[in-house]
Ligand binder design. Structure first.
Ligand code: URP
Ligand code: ZN
Ligand code: ZN
Length: 463
């Protein structure tokens, strides 16, 4: 299969230029002017952008959590990804008690086998940090192709600070990257107790129970551990301006501290928890939505480089039958999480680029090129000869109103209902195969279920 994209504007993390792009098999084979390579398909890309597919490095596909499961499986989740211009996901793989990291990886790969519609990789999430598991980090970096490791400072499956230090020391030796969900569990437990006594159990109090300082303190503590060890650390789903201040201060002194944020922390604020009819439960996620000041600060962090990656934290639970059934009487029981994999790129273009908050090039960096570099996806993230032909042809003028019925995620609502989008993909290619297209009204999946491959990733240089 070969495709010739004619007359589009190729966008990279550092610039843009008019060119034709020729893809053959899985790869981009040529970029130039007036290319006339014979091709099975010729795409008229005049007036359109040729972008690298987005990479979502924070998804929870089929993850067991809070007494239920995140609802998208590999088929529904990655179909939705393709329809949103996401051509690769790096999904969390939660180790179970007694498992090795390899066993956990094989278990999760089996869920993806025959179902993934875009390429995928996995981050082992360390929940049972036995000495032999910490020793296995070397193999995960150098053999398994999974050199990033998630730990949680909250939830029942959190690890302690001593484990974080051991993991930072081990990853430093082998070029690994520790990723952390940073919130202070003791602050949260204390606030839960106070709110419970006062009978404050509606969804709004979820946000009250997890104040900005809970994130700030945990990021500060984690930042000191990475400073101590001289390793690398990545903060997932950064939500607060106070957390960003800590990251910026550490980075300014040369600490290897990185951060991602998600569209919900840029675009939604804690007023959402006050929506009537218990609607606030739709936004129960951890960390919670913050104020508009934090939204603004995170845009600045993204623009200025203190935040390097955009992700979604895609973790969908139905509003009716799951969020309400589990937590109607107590916000603490509402499964934490929301859907986002399909709306990531459209929101970043429309709310970010069109509204002048970030440049098109910065968008490419935080959605694709920088993400590929951060997570060792050598063949992805860039429109360049030799890279995988993961290509989004974006029509910057195409309008779309986000509404759940026109999306593909397996969930009954979207937190972004009603947002007017400017700029939608005309077509999305995963390693050279057309996988989604604009059908005049909405995106449509036209790819092949099961074609997505497990991608082995590369570690950083050891420090
Ligand atoms: O609320 C969230 N974020 N749910 C998914 C699990 C996590 O903490 O990332
Ligand atoms: Zn988290
Ligand atoms: Zn998450």
């Amino acid at each position: 299969m070969s495709v010739l994209f004619k007359g589009g504007t190729v966008v990279t993390a550092t610039g843009r230029y008019g060119a034709d792009v020729f893809a053959e098999g899985d790869k981009i084979k040529a970029i130039g002017t007036d290319l006339d390579n014979p091709a099975d398909e010729v795409v008229d890309a005049k007036g359109k952008y040729i972008l690298p597919g987005a990479i979502d490095p924070h998804t929870h596909i089929s993850m067991p959590f809070m007494g239920t499961y995140a609802q998208d499986d590999y088929e529904s989740g990655t179909k939705a990804a393709a329809c949103g211009g996401v051509t690769c996901v790096v999904d969390f793989d939660l180790q179970q008690k007694g498992e090795t990291l390899l066993e956990a990886l094989e278990r999760k790969k089996a869920l993806a086998e025959g179902k993934a519609c875009v390429d995928y990789s996995l981050h082992p999430a360390i929940m049972d940090p036995r000495p032999e598991v910490i020793e296995e980090v070397k193999k995960a970096c150098l053999e398994y192709g999974t050199p990033s490791f998630k730990i949680f400072m909250v939830y029942d499956f959190r690890v302690d600070d001593a484990t974080m230090i051991r993991l930072l020391e081990e990853t430093k030796k082998h070029g690994g990257l520790v990723q952390v969900h940073a919130e202070n569990v003791h602050i949260i437990n204390h606030m839960n107790g106070v709110l419970e006594k006062e009978g404050k159990l509606e969804p709004y109090y979820h946000a009250m129970s997890r104040p900005n300082i809970a994130e700030q303190e945990a990021i500060y503590r984690a930042s000191k551990m990475v400073e101590l060890t001289g390793s690398r650390l990545y903060i997932v789903h950064l939500s607060s301006k106070e957390g960003l201040w800590v990251i910026k201060e550490a980075r300014d002194r040369g600490v290897n501290l990185y951060a991602e944020t998600c569209p919900q922390y840029l675009l939604l604020d804690d007023d959402r928890y006050k929506e009537p009819d218990w609607n606030g439960a739709k936004y129960v996620m951890s960390p919670p939505l913050r104020t508009k000041e934090s939204n603004q600060a995170l845009w600045e962090g993204l623009r200025g480089g203190d935040i390097q990656v955009m992700a979604t934290d895609h973790c969908p639970f139905d509003f009716k039958g799951i969020k309400d059934m589990f937590g109607k009487d107590d916000y603490k029981k509402i499964p934490n999480g929301a859907a986002g994999i399909e709306t990531l790129a459209m929101l970043m273009h429309s709310e970010g680029v069109v509204k002048g908050r970030i440049s098109l090039e910065r968008m490419v960096d935080v959605l694709s090129t920088g993400t590929a570099r951060m997570f060792g996806l050598r063949d992805k993230g860039e429109i360049a000869v030799g890279k995988d032909a993961d290509i989004v042809v974006l029509d910057p003028n195409q309008k779309f109103t986000i509404t759940q019925s026109k999306l593909h995620m397996n969930v009954d609502y979207t937190p972004f209902e009603g947002v007017e989008i400017t700029g939608m993909p005309s077509a999305v290619y995963v390693r050279g195969k057309k996988s989604a297209r604009w059908n005049g009204h909405q995106m449509e999946f036209v790819g092949e279920v099961g074609r997505g491959r497990f991608i082995k990733r590369e570690p950083f240089e050891p420090i």
